[in-house]
Design a protein around this ligand. Structure first.
Ligand code: GLU
Length: 422
C-alpha cells in the first residue's frame, strides 16, 4: 500500500490528520484491517440543544463529542467553543489526542468535543448556560473512568468548574475527576494552567540542545496569546530568550529588542488584544510566522503553516504549541529547508500530561507540590522528546512521522493484545 497524497485536500484538518496517519501507518507496516480500525474513530456523538438567551429568545446550538479511542484507557481531551467547530474537525483533533496520550505514555485514549459558537458574542451567563446544557447532553458518555474533559480553544478553568458542577449534580455527589484543568479550590492541580507551555518549553530546550542553539538571547515569535501562548512567551523570556513578536486573533506586535511580556498581557487585559501594546510595532499574524527567528511557536489554531507560506518560514526550530498548526504538505517543505520540527503531539503534550497528574491526584485524594509536578512533567517531556528524536534519526524520517509511529505503535499493540471481540 502506498500513500496517496492526491486523495487529500490541504485545507481540511481531517485530511491532514489522515495523510499524517497514512504516512506513519505505511512506515509501521500496519495491516489494512488495523489501519482502518485506528484511522476512524470509535464513537461520535452529535447534539443539538436549546439555550435561553439573555433577551428571552431561544437559540439552538450544535455540539459534538468524539471518542476516537478507548483502547489504552478512558477517552481524554478538551472541549472548545469556536465558530469553526464541526464533526470532521473534532474527528481529527480526537485522533490527535489518542496519539498524544500514547506518545506521553498516559493510560488514556483520545477524545475532543466542542460547541459551534462564537463565545465573544455571548454574555458570561449565556456561556454558562451553553456549557451546562452541553454537559447535560453529553453526560451519558463522560465520567472519570469513561471520558475526561479539559480546556481547549476558548474554554478555561471556569468552564471546567461548570462542567464538573453540572455532572456532579446529575450524579448526586461531587465528581472532580470528570474534568481536568479545573480551579485549584475544587480539585485542580498546581502547575496545570501553565503546563502546556511549560512542557513545550522543556521540549524546546531539548530541541535547542540537539540543534546546537543557545537559548540565551535567541529570537522567538509566538502566535497566540491565550492559555498556551502567553505562558510560552513568558517562560521563554524567563529562560533569557528574546521574545520579539506575539499575536492574537486580531493582530500582533513586535519589538526587535524583545517585548515586555507582562506589559503586553496587561494591555491585552485592558483592551482585549495585544494589538497596540506600548513600545512595539504592529505586525500581522502572517508576518509573524515569516519572521527570521530562531524559534517559532504557533499557539493558536490549526492550519496556519501550509504549502503556501512554508517556503517563507525562516525559523530554525518550529515548536507546535497548538494542535495541527502545520499541514503535512508544509512539513515536506520545512524539512527541505531544515527547520527542526517539534510536532504538536510532542510539543503540547505537557497539557494532557498535567491533566493526568490532576486526575491521579483526584483519584488518590492526595495533592502534590508544584515542584513535584514540574519535575515529573520535565521527565515525561524529556523522555518523549528523546524517543522521538532517536527514532527520527535512526529511520531518517520527520519528527512528526517518528512521533506518530511511536504513538500509533503503542495503540496498535494495545489493540492487538486486547484482541477483537467477540
Ligand atoms: N486541550 C488540550 C490538548 O489539546 C488538553 C487536553 C487535556 O488535558 O485533556 O492537548
Amino acid at each position: 500500500m502506498t500513500v496517496d497524497r492526491e486523495r487529500y485536500n490541504e485545507s481540511r484538518l481531517l485530511d491532514a490528520a489522515y495523510l499524517q496517519f497514512d504516512i506513519a501507518a505505511e512506515k509501521l507496516g500496519l495491516s489494512p484491517g488495523f489501519r482502518e480500525l485506528m484511522k476512524s474513530g470509535q464513537r461520535e456523538f452529535t447534539v443539538r440543544f436549546p439555550v435561553r438567551m439573555d433577551d428571552g429568545s431561544i437559540r439552538i446550538f450544535l455540539g459534538f463529542r468524539v471518542q476516537h479511542s478507548i483502547s489504552r484507557g478512558p477517552a481524554k481531551g478538551g472541549i472548545r467553543f469556536h465558530p469553526a467547530v464541526d464533526l470532521d474537525g473534532m474527528r481529527a483533533l480526537a485522533a490527535l489526542m489518542t496519539w498524544k496520550c500514547a506518545l506521553m505514555n498516559l493510560p488514556y485514549g483520545g477524545a475532543k468535543g466542542g460547541v459551534c459558537c462564537d463565545p465573544r458574542g455571548l454574555s458570561p451567563a449565556e456561556l454558562e448556560r451553553v456549557t451546562r446544557r452541553f454537559t447535560w447532553e453529553i453526560a451519558p458518555l463522560i465520567g472519570p473512568d469513561q471520558d475526561i474533559l479539559a480546556p481547549d480553544v476558548n474554554t478555561d478553568s471556569s468552564t471546567m468548574a461548570w462542567v464538573m458542577d453540572t455532572y456532579s449534580i446529575l450524579k448526586g455527589y461531587t465528581v472532580p475527576g470528570v474534568v481536568t484543568g479545573k480551579p485549584l479550590e475544587i480539585g485542580g492541580s498546581l502547575g496545570r494552567e501553565a503546563a502546556t507551555a511549560q512542557g513545550c518549553v522543556f521540549a524546546i530546550r531539548e530541541a535547542a540542545i540537539v540543534s546546537g542553539l543557545d537559548l540565551e538571547g535567541a529570537a522567538v515569535a509566538v502566535q497566540g496569546f491565550g492559555k498556551v501562548g502567553f505562558h510560552a512567551a513568558r517562560l521563554m523570556a524567563e529562560l533569557g530568550a528574546r521574545v520579539i513578536a506575539v499575536s492574537d486573533s486580531r493582530g500582533g506586535v513586535m519589538a526587535e529588542a524583545g517585548l515586555d511580556i507582562h506589559a503586553v498581557r496587561v494591555h491585552k487585559q485592558e483592551t482585549g488584544s495585544v494589538e497596540g501594546a506600548p513600545e512595539a510595532l504592529p505586525i500581522t499574524n502572517q508576518e509573524l510566522l515569516e519572521l527570521p527567528v530562531d524559534i517559532l511557536i504557533p499557539c493558536a489554531i490549526e492550519g496556519q503553516i501550509t504549502s503556501r507560506n512554508a517556503p517563507r518560514i525562516r525559523a530554525r526550530i518550529l515548536a507546535e504549541g497548538a494542535n495541527g498548526p502545520t499541514t503535512p504538505w508544509a512539513d515536506d517543505i520545512l524539512a527541505e529547508r531544515r527547520v527542526f520540527l517539534v510536532p504538536d503531539i510532542l510539543a503540547n503534550g505537557g497539557g494532557v500530561t498535567a491533566s493526568y497528574f490532576e486526575w491521579v491526584q483526584n483519584t488518590q485524594k492526595l495533592f502534590w507540590s508544584e515542584e513535584d509536578i514540574n519535575k515529573k512533567l520535565d521527565s515525561v517531556m524529556t523522555r518523549a522528546f528523546r524517543e522521538v528524536y532517536e527514532l527520527s534519526r535512526r529511520e531518517g524520517i520527520h519528527m512528526r512521522t517518528a512521533a506518530l509511529m511511536l504513538a500509533m505503535g503503542r495503540v496498535a499493540e494495545a489493540k492487538r493484545l486486547r484482541g477483537v471481540f467477540p
